[in-house]
Design a binder for this molecule. Structure first.
Ligand SMILES: [Zn+2]
Length: 297
């Protein structure tokens, strides 16, 4: 008997199977959200429990996702996964991410926030040893905090953090700011390291908007620790964190938190799902130290 953990992202899906540890972890590049890999290809033999993480917003009890970039669209995960996967738990990926770093990461704290900067931007929050899930399980969509300006976000709003700094939006923002095209965020960062003037201008603005978003998170949640995850942060840790604290000092009113990048790299969410599997089992190593995070119902 084993666990199946699936982290469905916009450009990559991670599939982990195992028991106490994830003995197997497969990464599948995807061109379109939820179209690959085929659910018929999933390893289904001897699966005791399945946990799935997706970006929000979602209705965890009904297992329905409402993609913010497709207004009015609703994806019923029960229909999508049936009949290959009849019983599963659905969880917001950032909620899983914070639990993964909390339980299995190198650095954790009783009050901590996990922020993903990837295709989109979002956060998972643990306060006083409790995972804060919110109504329907969508705490905390910080990517849609207003950070200034009127740039249109994929959700339809304006001036949202994600509209400037997510991996998907950064190249377009850089183009509008400088008139120079970058294929993707990675190319922008490469040109920045080479000293390209346009790339430097765009990265500086990105850093300023990141500082506004993160200072809002610090002022709202008063965390002792912030873990930055997601592809943009994990693949470019120095670039994302350098100078960040001095920029935050202008705007935060409480103590400066420790800020690190995710020690589990791209597997924070996957290990959070594994932790949820174990929580239902009341496994000792979780019960001893993390007594307040409740099993999912
Ligand atoms: Zn938005």
């Amino acid at each position: 008997m084993t666990y199946l953990c699936i982290d469905i992202g916009a450009s990559k899906t991670l599939i982990g199977t195992g028991n106490r540890d994830l003995e197997s972890c497969t990464r599948v590049r995807t061109d379109e959200f939820l179209t690959e890999p085929s659910m018929e290809d999933l390893p289904m033999e001897d699966i005791e429990k399945a946990m799935i993480a997706t970006p929000g917003p979602l209705d965890r009890e009904k297992a329905v996702i409402y993609p913010p970039n497709i207004p009015g669209k609703k994806i019923d995960m029960n229909e999508l996964l049936s009949p290959n996967l009849e019983n599963f738990f659905l969880v917001n990926d950032c909620n899983a991410g914070v639990v993964g770093e909390y339980v299995f990461g190198e650095t954790s704290a009783l009050d901590m926030v996990y922020i993903t900067i990837s295709s989109g931007i979002g956060a998972g929050v643990i306060i006083g040893d409790n995972l804060i899930e919110g109504w329907m399980g969508n705490f905390a969509e910080v990517g849609h905090l207003k950070v200034g300006g009127d740039r249109r976000c994929g959700c339809g709003g304006r001036g949202h953090w994600e509209a400037y700094c997510s991996g998907n939006n950064l190249p377009n923002f850089a183009y509008d700011l400088t008139g120079k095209k970058f294929k993707d965020a990675e190319e922008l960062f490469l040109r920045y390291k080479e000293g390209d003037t346009s790339a430097k201008k765009a990265v500086q603005k990105m850093k300023e908007y990141n500082a506004v978003g993160i200072s809002d998170v610090v002022n709202a949640y008063n965390p002792e620790l912030i873990v930055l995850g997601g592809g943009v942060a994990v693949n470019n840790p120095d670039l994302i964190t350098s100078g960040l604290k001095s920029m935050l000092e202008r705007d935060i009113i409480c103590e400066m938190p420790e800020i690190v990048t995710a020690s589990l790299e791209d597997r924070s969410v996957l290990f959070g799902l594994l932790a949820f599997c174990h929580l239902d089992e009341k496994v000792d190593f979780l019960q001893d130290q993390h007594t307040s995070i409740r099993p999912l119902k």
